[in-house]
Design a protein. Sequence first.
Length: 119
Amino acid sequence: QVQLVESGGGLVQAGGSLRLSCAASGRTFSSYTMGWFRQAPGKEREFVASSSRNDGSTDYADSVKGRFTISRDNAKNTLYLQMNSLKPEDTAVYYCAAVLLSTSQYAYWGQGTQVTVSS
């Protein structure tokens, strides 16, 4: 099992940047495919980005491609999301998650961190 704690959210003006961090417990962080998701008020949770455990390959939602970058530091058990050129529509609670190997599903979730982008 892995425990996840996000940080780095806050209030930023449109066009600004934020970097989210997700600290993971345990010594097997490198074995997890990790992802970032977000949920805006009144909307369903949506995929933002992922980082594969196998080769570190990344994937992004079309809405954030070219603006957000996911990265991981396996030595520090930490996942990051660098968010640039933020837009008001990026406002949401952002969650990091880890894939359970046996099911290939995101099974472990953090508590979330609020990102608010003002226009």
